[in-house]
Ligand binder design. Structure first.
Ligand SMILES: [Zn+2]
Length: 425
């Protein structure tokens, strides 16, 4: 490789390229913010003399994580709940939604923007390089500016009456005309199968396809949603719709997946969030659509909505990613914590390799960053995180070790485009 001016060689005891087996005593050669080579330290070091050496020592170097579903604007939710005196666990999923709506309604724009910015910092500190973030309060759109995060900001759209839906949709389209930050792309999030009418859902997907906006939709999160969509009854019809002043829709006899497909929403660019209550037919349809399902196991467990049929998804070849969801239903914005939880929550169903794949290249690919982030390979961006645990496992225990709790606190660096962006607390 000859003279290597301005090149840097990052070395660590372990390197996880994700495109290849972990490498002991590994090295990553970076030039101009891109990965020029990776491999064994011994070989790369002699081939790249002149490159500045950055040795992380007894550490693990791996791609940053993609948190494919989150609501960063809700990061300070715990503080707000305490202030509102609403800290007891909600009695049902509907009660949780109503509480969320109630608490959000009382917040000033500046509080939401500050909360969103706290979420960006916490994400970076957790080794997250890309997000699939949902923004419901559109006035906070400017709060992403200057953030080094990659990925997408999906502007949330909901409403079952034209008075609510029209202005929100128009505002979202106006905002989405420009990117929220240098590395973040704008998308649209028609919230769910139940919070927009059939006609509004169809309109949003049609416009998104027409203008090339990526989309993300909460899908089949709860049994309540299944009951409402297919039979026009259940807790949503009894409690949520009257509280929102919405007219209860008639039964469709369709599952949420089929209903979404008929609205034009089962498309590869739609990031389907939760996918807990999906029957075998729905799984087949998702697999054929090439859409990605984002699993949020901690949120699902906290809200008691059920467990996603993960084995069926894997067998059908459905692309899967991981999300933390928001701080309104999760304890942290760390994908490390999500992985550790999922490993215990789906015993024997998800291997450490499955989980790490979901968190790295599968998530990055779902956020439109395939080939750029999520693995350490020649030509990709120099995006990586470094973990420095008190004691390192053996090579054979490495992946299992990465799926146990306590990893978030061990993050010592996060590099995006070859630049350390970690904002230490
Ligand atoms: Zn969500």
């Amino acid at each position: 490789m000859g003279s290597m001016k301005n090149a840097r060689l990052f070395t660590a005891r372990y390197l996880l390229p994700m495109v290849a087996e972990p490498i002991e005593d590994g090295a990553l050669l970076v030039e101009g913010g891109r990965i020029a080579a990776f491999g064994a330290r011994r070989e790369l070091q002699s081939a790249s003399s002149g490159a500045e050496l950055v040795d992380f020592g007894e550490a693990i170097l791996l791609p940053p994580f993609a948190n494919a579903h989150t609501h960063l604007e809700l990061t300070n939710f715990r503080v707000w709940s305490e202030r509102a005196g609403e800290t007891s666990p909600p009695e049902s999923f509907v009660d949780w939604i109503l509480r969320l709506v109630h608490i959000k309604r009382g917040l000033a724009p500046a509080e939401l923007a500050a909360s969103l910015q706290a979420g960006i910092v916490q994400s970076l500190q957790a080794g997250t390089g890309a997000v699939g973030d949902i923004l419901s309060r559109h006035e906070s759109y400017g709060a992403y500016r200057g953030s080094p995060l990659r990925g997408r900001v999906y502007l949330e759209i909901l409403g079952r009456t034209p008075e609510i839906f029209r202005p929100r949709f128009q505002r979202a389209l106006d905002l989405a005309a420009r990117q929220p930050a240098q590395h973040l792309t704008a998308g649209l999030s028609p919230h769910s199968t139940y919070s927009l009418t059939s006609a509004f859902l169809e309109e949003v997907y049609a416009v998104a396809c027409d203008r090339g906006f990526p989309v993300s939709t909460h899908l089949a999160e709860s049994q309540e949603e299944v009951l409402l969509v297919s039979e026009g009854r259940g807790a949503f019809a009894e409690k949520l719709f009257p509280a929102a002043g919405w007219k209860i829709p008639s039964a469709t006899r369709s599952s949420p997946v089929v209903y979404l497909a008929e609205r034009g929403g089962l498309i590869p660019s739609n990031l389907l969030v939760h996918g807990v209550h999906v029957d075998p037919e729905g799984i087949e349809r998702i697999a054929r659509s090439r859409a990605t399902v984002v699993l949020c196991p901690r949120s699902n467990a906290r809200l008691g909505v059920g467990k996603a049929p993960i084995q069926r998804y894997l067998r059908a070849g459905v692309p899967l990613a991981l999300g933390t969801d928001s701080m309104a239903s999760s304890d942290s914005l760390s994908i490390w914590d999500e992985i550790a939880f999922a490993r215990r929550y789906f015993p024997g169903e998800l291997s450490p390799r499955d989980l790490l794949n979901m968190a790295t290249f599968a998530g990055a690919h779902a956020l439109g960053m395939g080939g750029e982030m999520g693995f350490l390979t020649r030509g990709a961006g120099a995006h990586f995180q470094v973990l420095t645990p008190a004691a390192l496992p053996t090579r054979f225990e490495l992946e299992e070790f990465l799926c146990t709790s306590g990893r978030t606190e061990e993050i010592s660096a996060l590099f995006l485009d070859g630049r350390d962006v970690l904002q230490r607390a």
